[in-house]
Every structure is written in C-alpha cells, then in structure tokens.
Design a protein around this ligand. Structure first.
Ligand code: NAP
Length: 427
C-alpha cells in the first residue's frame, strides 16, 4: 500500500467504467416500488424507516427475512397501517422451520413465497411492479438475488458487497446485459460515487477508501490473541449487523470493499488505496489526475447512502445528524497495519489474483466469522482459517454461476474442517 498517486497504466485500464458516472439514470415511476431483501437486518430496517419517512415516494413490493418471522410480520403490519391503499408485500422466509411458522401466521400465510434461496429469487423476479431491489442480505446468499435483479433490469441498491466479491464479473456482465442499474449502499462507495459524479474516467487518478480501524486500531499485536467476542463486537462508530461488525474488527470488511470498488467502478487494484480514518466522518475520497482530492463527509448514518442509492443519486430531505465541523477538529489519517490485520492483505491479494480466489476468501471468512460468533474459535484464528483455505484451493477461472457456487461450497467444507481441528485442539 502506498500514498504515491497511481496513474492509469494502460489504455485498457482507462476504459469507460461500468459505473454510470456522468450518464443519466433511468426515470422510474413515483412511487418507486422496492424489494427489500434482509428486511429484518440493520440495512433492511433502515430501508423501511426511509419508506416511513417518504410514503409518497416509496412502497414495498416484497420483503424477506431468514428466521425472524415475528419481526417481518410486524413490518408487514406497519406497512399496512402506513399505506392502507397499497397491496401488502410478498414475503420470503428462507429458513425452513421459520417458513413453517410463517405459513400458519394469519397475516403472512397468503403473502408467503417458497422457502430457501428460491423465495428470494422469486421475490425479485415476480414482485408486482417492482422497480428497485435493496439487497440487504448478508453473505454470498445475496449473489443470486442480485443476478435476478440485474436480469429484470432493476435499479439495484447494493448493500450486499459479497455479491460483487463472489460474483464480480458475473454481476457486472448481468447488469449490462439486463439494462439494470447498480448503485452502492456502502457509505465508502456512495462517497466515491458522489465524488465521481459528472467526471470522466480519464480524470481519475485513484480511489481512497477510508476505514475506521475498528475496535482494535490501537491494540498491540500480542493482545489480539486474547480479545473477547464482546470486544470484537464493540465497533467504535457504526451500529451494524454482527457479521459486518466482526469484519470491521479484522479489517476484512475493508478488503471486501476494495474488491467491491474494483468491480463497481471498473478501477484496477493499483489505483485503490485504503487509509485508516478513526473519526469515520470522511466517508471516502477520489484523487484526480491533477492531484485534486474530493471527499464526501457526514455523520455515520447508513440511511443517507441508502437513500442516495434508492433515489438514483438524489439528496432527498432527511432528518439525519448534522456534522459539526468545528467539533470534529482535526482530519486524521493513518496507514493500515497489515501485520496486525492480515485479513486486509489477504483480501487485496485474492482480489488481484481474481478468478475463484475471492470466492474462497469470502466463504472461508463467512464460516470463520460464524464460528467466532458461536464461540468455537478466537478472533486471531480468522485469518489463519482463510489463509489455509486459500492455500489449499489454488485459484482457477470463474466461467459461470455454477462454478462460483461449487467453489463457494467446497471452500465452506474446507473451512469447516479447519475450524473443527482448531476447536478440538483448543479443547
Ligand atoms: N449494517 C450496516 O450498517 C451496513 C453498512 C454497509 C454495508 N452493509 C452490508 O449490508 C449487508 C447486510 O448487513 P446487515 O448489517 O444489515 O446484516 P444483518 O443485520 O445481519 O441482517 C441480515 C439480513 O439477512 C437475513 N439473512 C441472514 N442470513 C441469511 C441467509 N442465509 N439467507 C437469507 N437471508 C439471510 C437476516 O434475516 P434474519 O433477521 O431473519 O436473521 C437479515 O434480514 C452485508 O453485506 C453488509 O456488509 C451493512
């Protein structure tokens, strides 16, 4: 990682980006109808909060949860009260036993889609008059619904970065083929999108992603082996779901975001840099070829980038916190420490390697994070599991979705085996 400005190295690299900077997005009807996948999660709940704030602009055509049936039922009831004239949304419940519970719920039973991943794809493909997919699913489970949204030519407000990590080329090709729109929800990528607005690709020197540094930014290497799960989950600035909170503590989240930025903006890895910014109010930056830097700043409120994506890059009114520049004081940036946080380096290397490497990285990480949350392994074991899986499964090409899904499954089995051995050794 370097602070040296990196210029486009070849004409191919300067080729037009997939990202629709400078070109008009489609005109969608108002109200815009949303498919909200992962509705019961942090991103999903904040999306429904935006619907409540803008009932004249937004409606919900379908919702999903994995197992929290009573929460999704409460969301349907709240929408019925908010917009009594709007038909109730279809509901996908992926977990099998939760689906059985939903099938006997008086409000949900007539709205219910098939269980498992098929329900998610049906929600995206079949929800009546749906315009925009908000993908707030966690993990590689988000990939197929993203592809379904692309095939339907939808606006895709993408929080599920794993879609691009696992299926980057598949997704970008499907977006172009389907005439869809891919708009980032991650605050860093939203910041970059705002800085890129109206610019030509030839003007861009590099993208600079900021990272809070997580709860262990100042923790000495020797102490990282001992940190507790409660400390891992204690993020200094953002309140998010458990998986991304763990990823933020290992800096894997930033690594996944580098891969996401590469696919989203069509920029090579040499021109994407990460800096630690403990204040978390500079959401990210773009450096231009004349050395000018543009940044987007704000308080940590995910509803702002969510609404920017859903609206098609508009600043709708929102009573979010306002950044007090005088109170924020100094701008502080640091180099990320790849020795204490090996997951960032592993992700950047896997991204550069391409092919199946990011799929293996992501699957091993998902399995390791779940094992940490289940108290089966320790924080410091996460990069070991991922590195072992990357070594055991050399990268190959990804030709289609089936290859991606098969590699994902194989890497999960590989990671499971390593975790079994680690937890057996730990007694
Ligand atoms: N939270 C943030 O502030 C934030 C910021 C930037 C990016 N993101 C990204 O947004 C995505 C969602 O993050 P989150 O923090 O909102 O996660 P979360 O709070 O854990 O919510 C995840 C959602 O997905 C559902 N889900 C879980 N496992 C599933 C599976 N196997 N199949 C189908 N659905 C499943 C959950 O249902 P149940 O509730 O029923 O379990 C829940 O609705 C992630 O990719 C994350 O990196 C999040």
């Amino acid at each position: 990682m370097t602070n040296r400005p990196i210029m486009p190295s070849s004409p191919a690299e300067s080729a037009a980006s997939l990202y629709p900077c400078g070109r008009p997005l489609k005109q969608w009807p108002t109200p815009m109808r949303l498919v909200v996948l992962g509705a019961t999660g942090s991103i999903g709940q904040q999306t429904l909060d935006l619907v409540a704030k803008h009932p004249d602009r937004l409606q919900v055509a379908a919702l999903s949860c994995h197992s929290r049936v009573s929460e999704v039922a409460a969301q349907v009831a709240a929408l019925k009260k908010l917009q009594p004239e709007v038909p109730l949304p279809l509901v996908a419940v992926t977990d099998s036993s939760a689906h059985k519970r939903a099938a006997v719920d008086p409000l949900l039973r007539d709205l219910l889609l098939p269980e498992g991943p098929a329900g998610l794809v049906t929600a995206v493909s079949d929800a009546p008059d749906a315009h925009c997919l908000v993908n707030g699913l966690v993990g590689a489970a988000g990939l197929q619904p993203t592809l379904a949204g692309a095939a339907r030519g939808m606006r895709i407000a993408l929080a599920n970065k794993e879609s691009l990590v696992v299926g980057g080329d598949l997704v970008t090709r499907a977006v172009v083929a389907g005439g869809a729109e891919l708009l980032p929800v991650d605050s860093e990528h939203s910041a970059i999108a705002q800085c890129l607005s109206g610019r030509q690709e030839s003007e861009i020197s590099r993208l600079i992603l900021t990272a809070s540094g997580g709860p262990f930014r100042e923790t000495p290497a020797a102490k990282l082996a001992e940190v507790s799960l409660a400390e891992v989950l204690n993020h200094p600035t953002w309140d998010m779901g458990p998986k991304i909170t763990v990823d933020s503590a290992t800096l894997m989240n930033k690594g996944l975001e580098v891969i996401e930025a590469h696919h989203l903006f069509g920029v090579s890895y040499d021109r994407i840099e990460v800096v630690v910014h403990p204040g978390s109010f500079v959401h990210s930056l773009v450096e231009f070829v004349d050395g000018a830097l543009l940044a987007q700043l704000g308080t940590p409120d995910m509803r702002v980038p969510l609404q920017y994506a859903i609206s098609g890059e508009k600043h709708w009114p929102l009573a979010s916190g306002r950044l007090d520049l005088v109170k924020t004081g100094m701008l502080r940036f640091e180099e990320p420490d790849l020795v204490r946080f090996p997951c960032l380096g592993l992700a950047m290397a896997a991204g550069r390697q391409g092919g199946t490497a990011p799929i293996v990285l992501n699957a091993a990480n998902e399995v390791a994070v779940a094992a940490l949350l289940a108290h089966r392994i320790r924080y410091a074991d996460i990069p070991r599991v991922i590195e072992d899986c990357l070594t055991a499964m050399p990268a190959g090409p990804v030709t289609d979705l089936d290859t991606a899904l098969a590699v994902d499954l194989q890497a999960r089995t590989e990671a499971d085996g390593r975790i079994d051995r680690l937890s057996a050794a730990a007694g």
